[in-house]
Design a protein around this ligand. Structure first.
Ligand SMILES: Nc1ncnc2c1ncn2[C@@H]1O[C@H](COP(=O)(O)OP(=O)(O)OP(=O)(O)O)[C@@H](O)[C@H]1O
Length: 270
């Protein structure tokens, strides 16, 4: 993590409270963060720690109860539909379930064409658009000519994940929020997807925010890590500092929970 990189997304005292009175839940409790341009950040926590709520606030899908979010150094303004759409040119997300990410009635061509149009390419000649779609598919090792005229449900899970990354390749957002994007696929496809995301970060200097419960993945992939417990960040810093020298008991526990595959199994107790 280098302080020389400009701030991309910053939060001061960001809080989300659901419900009122006895039914009140403080899902995210007064968190501060500063994600830098081109940085890979992981937000790690167990189920219910507030990761999804925080990502929805970052994406502008739900309101912030208290605190402020700054995008590229300026207070974020998503007060109208128009301003939200403008903000979403800068921040995009991929989710763990690729099936939920597509309108299944839209052919793959139109999924990709929408991205080109969103980036202001509506009036480009079709040959140029075709070339852009072909390039985006080839970036993720897919053949556009095999996908054209098909629907997303005709693809395998792994192909759908790759198509999601092809969309990001075309949209070129400043920030990509990736919510456990590799949890539903096998280890081999998982490594490929991660490598593609890292390559994309290198090509377009995108900030990637990984939302995960997997501290091992966070160590492997991130520049910096934020550890979340009960809606608060209990520690953050460079991935190797936080994970190799954890200060919070909670971080220590998450690390201890990672199965150590190099240790022999003791089957006598089974
Ligand atoms: N719409 C909602 N209304 C009320 N409470 C909510 C709502 N959404 C989330 N919560 C509560 O906020 C807390 C944090 O939930 P959140 O989904 O953000 O956790 P998480 O870390 O993403 O969990 P997981 O890894 O299981 O997705 C939980 O106690 C949850 O019950």
């Amino acid at each position: 993590m280098s302080d020389k990189r400009a701030s991309c997304l910053k939060g001061n005292g960001v809080t989300k409270v659901f419900g009122f009175g006895d039914k009140k839940t403080v899902a995210v409790n007064n968190v501060d963060f500063d994600f830098r341009e081109g940085e890979i950040v992981s937000i790690v926590g167990e189920s219910g720690s507030g990761k999804t709520t925080l990502s929805k606030m970052l994406l502008g899908l739900i309101s912030v109860t208290e605190g402020e979010v700054l995008f590229q150094g300026k207070p974020r303004d998503i007060s109208t539909g128009q301003k939200k759409r403008e903000y979403w040119k800068g921040i995009q997300a991929i989710f763990q379930d690729p099936f939920s990410s597509y309108n299944m009635f839209n052919k793959i061509d139109s999924v990709l064409l929408d991205c080109i149009n969103m980036r202001g390419g509506k009036s480009l000649p079709y040959e140029k658009k075709f070339e852009m779609m072909r390039e985006a598919c080839s970036f993720v090792n897919l053949e556009f000519k095999e996908l054209t005229n098909k629907y997303p449900f005709e693809l395998s899970g792994g192909q759908m994940q790759r198509l999601m990354i092809a969309r990001i390749f075309l949209l070129k957002p400043k920030i990509l929020l990736a919510d456990e994007p590799t949890s539903m696929i096998d280890a081999c496809s998982r490594a490929t997807i991660l490598d593609m995301l890292l390559k994309l970060r290198d090509e377009i200097n995108m900030t990637i925010i990984f939302i995960t419960h997997d501290i091992g993945l966070a160590y492997y992939i991130s520049d910096s890590v934020y550890i979340m417990e009960h809606g608060k960040f209990v520690e953050h810093g460079k991935a190797e500092d936080v994970i190799l020298h954890p200060k919070a008991a909670y971080t220590q526990r998450l690390i201890n929970d990672v199965p150590k595959i190099y240790e022999e199994w003791d089957l006598s107790t089974v």
